[in-house]
Design a protein around this ligand. Structure first.
Ligand code: WT7
Length: 690
């Protein structure tokens, strides 16, 4: 009988998505192959779900595709607008041959995302509801803020910023760990129309400096230190080094607001630059707890977030206000089947897009209660996540496959020790989740009771693009399933032709969606080249994807020179340029290799300067140079000595061959005859284990 199901899911290739028509609901029966492995939500879950069947989804999806203006303006009307948008809900050009790439949503409308996150929820009676629970690194250190209290904190900081001359359109760099001041600062910037650029507080001084030089912030907001697990990280020192370097390069920042994170480091131990540095606690609390909102156009920038691309220079992804607001709120609501009674915890850091859209904005726009956790998932031990779930009665838990795999390795006892009864929806993001990790997450963490929302999206997309609505879909472990409302994913071949039915190719998106990024800061040309020139008329994601006979989408990873390490996006070129900055490194080529926990590991082929001998110390110092230039998360897992690199006659490094050597698939090297010197390959292989 399940075969009949699958049969009835055969999809018509026409227009809006390929949607299975499912009638029955059976729990967790598996068929022979992975593709046919369907896991159904329970009747109970479906009954209470916002979207409770494929048919309901299809109805909404069709509407969203056939009438995007009507669909999205209907949703947008539920938010507060000081002035309604103009006649056109959206306008777009995604085709370079027709002129500049341009995407606008709700243009002419005046709103404020901070107002919609806080004031609007307070007005509708949620003022005393907890907005943020904060769990410190140590299990007995915690705190919370209601919506009213959060607004007061945000207003004090907003007033401080205004007083220091930060105006609408000015940039503020935020270099903070996961303490409540991080979302507070984001919201304070948004309130006054300043553009925040959060830099993940695991980035090095060098990376921070690069970002300072690129976006020239009026002020940098940081804290003295943070404890993660047993490690104390002196963040202020890193900021000092970054700002010193920036000022030597002609970009000086006059103000560095520093929050005193007492549990990590004492004030007295913090290095201080008089005249530039101010302690948050000394100044911010002296400001009034109310602050007028700066109404901004829907298309005014909300934030910049730097991400990695296939060249060394990070890209400043720019998101604007209105469309991003509507999109993050709506995707959060539906992909997690959000209800007012939910307690939501996303383990991502606000330094990444996940923390922007699904720690701060999406949840708060919905009036949700959000858990913010400062520490690491395995401190004091591998049960910490479930301890937190039980402590706050978390109902929606959103994390990354790498965390699932590492906890899976540590054993079930850490999980089963805790009740986890409160959980009802699980989420995954960052990379494809392999079916065995999916099953463990589903069966062990979720007690085979909680649907998993495997959300495919990117820094650039602002919010979820392909994700199951948990009550609507039977899931297939490892598939992100179907597009969100308003999203038209297409799979194209090398030549850019759309391919249909069962197929695999490059994942693109046809037409815009409200959460799409609008440009790369200061480099609209790079925006057009990177994302819109490869396959004219479409947004190109950089990912490979296949679609099975039932229309489910299976992401297969990046097809460009970007690797995904523990859900962190790293450009191979960035790592290479860090390596070659080492005086003894002549050349480097970096590829991703499969890694049991991280998804992908960083594998670096390094050619040393003539005459320099290989040594363990040198290996260490090469790894260190990457840690210092980018951050610990980008440290190579493996350095492979390479007397020379495989290059074509025109001097292009053949990464395809390096990938095969790195993964020891030596019988799959393919044609090496186009190499300038094919003997390089044997040489490399002979050094593989040295
Ligand atoms: C890249 C984007 C968006 C939040 C975190 C990462 C990969 C992300 C999935 C998923 C398969 C995924 C893609 C994408 N990715 N989520 N559910 N299934 N792959 O954001 O740093 O912008 O990286 O992460 O390769 O292109 P990001």
């Amino acid at each position: 009988s399940h075969l009949r199901h699958v049969e009835s899911m055969r999809i018509s290739p026409s227009g809006a998505g390929r949607i299975p028509e499912l009638k029955a609901v059976i729990l967790g029966e598996s068929l022979a192959s992975e593709e046919n492995d369907l896991v159904f939500p329970s009747d109970e879950f479906c009954k209470q779900a916002l979207v409770s069947s494929p048919e309901k989804y299809l109805e909404m999806y069709k509407w969203s595709i056939e009438d995007p203006a009507g669909f999205w303006s209907g949703i947008a009307s539920e938010f507060y607008w000081e002035k309604k948008w103009g006649q056109q809900v959206y306008s777009e050009n995604l085709d370079v041959s027709k002129g500049t790439i341009n995407i606008e949503w709700f243009k002419g409308g005046l709103t404020n995302i901070c107002y919609n996150c806080l004031d609007a929820n307070i007005k509708s009676g949620n003022g005393d509801k907890i907005a943020l629970y904060w769990e410190g690194n140590e299990p007995d250190v915690d705190g919370s803020l209601t919506y009213k209290q959060l607004l007061e904190r945000v207003c004090q900081l907003a007033n401080f910023l205004k007083d220091k001359g930060v105006k609408k359109g000015d940039t503020v760099i935020i270099y903070l760990p996961m303490i409540m001041e991080l979302p507070i600062t984001m919201l304070a910037c948004a309130r006054i129309g300043a553009v925040h650029s959060v830099v993940f507080a695991g980035y090095s001084a060098e990376s921070l400096h690069q970002r300072v030089v690129d976006c020239k912030p009026k002020i940098v907001i940081t804290c003295n230190a943070v404890t993660r697990g047993t490690k104390i990280i002196d963040l202020k020192n890193i900021v000092d080094a970054a700002l010193l370097e920036s000022s030597q390069n002609g970009i000086s920042v006059d103000l560095c607001l520093t929050f005193e994170n007492k549990s990590a480091m004492k004030k007295e131990d913090t290095k201080w630059q008089k005249g530039r540095d101010l302690w948050w606690q000394d100044v911010v609390p002296t400001y009034p707890t109310t602050c007028d909102v700066e109404w901004v156009d829907a298309e005014d920038p909300l934030f910049l977030l730097y991400t990695s691309g296939s060249t060394g220079k990070p890209k400043g992804v720019l998101h604007t206000t209105g469309g991003y607001m509507i999109y993050t709120a709506t995707t959060f609501k539906y992909a997690f089947d959000y209800k007012d009674s939910d307690i939501y915890w996303c383990t991502a850091d606000c330094g990444w897009i996940t923390g922007h859209s699904y720690v701060t904005y999406g949840p708060l726009l919905n009036g949700a209660t959000v858990v913010v956790y400062e520490g690491v998932p395995n401190y004091p031990d591998s049960g910490r996540c479930w301890e937190i779930v039980d402590k706050y009665k978390v109902t929606i838990f959103y994390t990354a496959p790498t965390l699932v795999r590492s906890l899976m390795r540590d054993g079930n006892e850490y999980v089963t020790r805790y009740s986890r009864k409160s959980l009802r929806v699980l989420g995954s993001v960052g990379e494809p989740i392999n079916p065995s990790a999916w099953r463990w997450f589903y069966n062990v963490v979720g007690d085979s009771r909680c649907p998993i929302s495997d959300t495919w999206w990117q820094t650039e997309t602002g919010g979820f693009m392909i994700a199951p609505l948990p009550g609507a879909w039977p899931q297939k472990p490892g598939s992100a399933t179907f597009p969100f409302f308003g999203v038209q994913p297409v799979i194209v071949d090398e030549k850019g032709n759309e391919i249909d039915g069962e197929c695999s190719g490059y994942l693109c998106v046809k037409s815009s969606w409200p959460g799409a990024f609008r440009t790369l800061y200061g480099d609209h040309e790079r925006y057009e080249t990177t994302y819109f020139k490869a396959f004219p008329g479409y947004y190109f994601s950089g990912d490979g994807c296949s679609r099975d006979k039932d229309g489910y989408h299976w992401l297969t990873g990046r097809v460009d020179d970007v690797i995904n390490v523990s859900g962190h996006r790293i450009g191979t070129a960035e790592v290479e340029s860090a390596l070659v900055s080492h005086p003894q490194c002549a050349e480097a080529a970096v590829v991703g290799v499969e890694h049991e926990v991280k998804g992908q590991g960083i594998y670096a082929f390094v050619t040393l300067v003539e005459g320099v001998p290989y040594s363990e110390d040198l290996r260490k110092s090469l790894v260190l140079v990457v840690r210092n230039q980018i951050g610990a998360f980008a440290a190579p897992d493996r350095i492979h000595w390479a007397p020379s690199l495989p290059k074509t006659r025109s001097g292009k490094i053949m990464r395809r061959i390096l990938r095969k050597i790195a993964s020891r698939q030596l019988d799959e090297l393919g044609d090496i005859s186009t190499l300038a010197d094919p003997s390089v390959v044997d040489q490399l292989i002979s050094l593989a284990d040295s």
